[in-house]
Ligand binder design. Sequence first.
Ligand code: ARG
Length: 446
Amino acid sequence: MADSPDAPRIQVHSIPAPETGPEERMRARATASYEANPEDVNRVLLLYSGGLDTSVMLKWIQDEYEAEVVTLTVNLGQPGEDYGVVEGKARQLGAVDTFVVDAREEFAHDFIVPAIKANAIYGLAYPLFTALGRPLIAKLAVDYARQSGCDTIAHGCTGKGNDQVRIESTIATLAPELKIIAPVRSWAMGRDEEIAYAREHGIPVKGGVESAPYSIDDNLWGRSSEGKWIEDLSHAPEDDVFDLVTRPEEAPDEPETVTIGFEAGVPVSVNGSQMGLVDLLEEVARLGMKHGVGIVDHIEDRIVGLKVRDIYEVPAAAILLPAHAELERLVGTIHQNQFKANLDRQWAYLVYAGLWWEPLRSNIDAYMDSVNEFVTGEIGMKLYKGSARVVTRSSPHAVYDAQLATFAESGGLFSQQASPGFIEIWSLQSRMAWRLRNASGAADES
Ligand code: ARG
């Protein structure tokens, strides 16, 4: 396969480096028009996390392309990150300029809120936190590349994941003049070679060579872990993978009910106190973590073909998404509720698949906003040892009449005497079809 000229030229395993020089290797792999040829690369904006891959990359780009590197690190609410340390490391490794952007507000308002309004879940379980973060990170990369005179953007995604799709399609959409390099996809270094490269070039490496870490991505809306035993589908989760959420068996014995207030589909309060969105997301996450809520063990159909297992910790999403969906169903009619689930799924798939900038997504958002105009009210969620269950609901817009729902007649909106007429007509075609298909001689009985 790998030898065939038509085969995709994505090299993901650690293989011996070809005999050819680096320039020829890189040129041979350029497939898309937005990929940079070495002679185009003078100043690179690197999306820098401070981890091993992007730190090796920072040096490697300077050496291989003889280019200047500017770094951009985006704060989307990764818990416990020290951005001063990340920036210092970038300078130490030769970055000519470094930027750290706090994009938490934009992420919360412009990405997480639309996801909540769309009840966004992919594959029945994944609340899309990474998929939501990538288009924003890539948009910021475009802004900072332009303002700092870069001709190329570099990122640390592999050739096996969805993230390359999300980042590159964003850049190619918003900035057709910029080129892209994805060194991890082409440099043919495995982890051991990367560590050797790091040691050779004075790049600090955390932990021993032995302790390959989980591959982590996190932000305000969740955290994913991949790699190690997670790739063995028969291996049950080991405790050390859980970094946020308390294991349910160790969660408090007393349940706790949290009441989330929504206004027009946006969460605005927790237990009656109004909060800014970022604080609210953090507070709800804190409660979920405490009660073991939001652990997901997921096999995912990736855009790039593979099925991959991820362990997710999504304490805020596991409370806010079901609360929102409950309130939305309460204020929606049966017809709206039947219809919206299909659009929800379409929205989640577009975003999962890296097409944030696709106009269909904005079209669907217009519908989501329209429905959510009335999604105002409060939902109580009972948190207990890993579960989050709706226990109370209230809304001025609830399409619900407590009297109608009891056996007593009321209001003149509904007469039980009218029911048989409805049933006869409602079931007409089904009854006819049943007879035609099942009763022998049914045609004779009119
Ligand atoms: N499987 C998820 C997704 O495709 C999470 C990916 C996490 N990314 C990472 N680089 N570890 O959105």
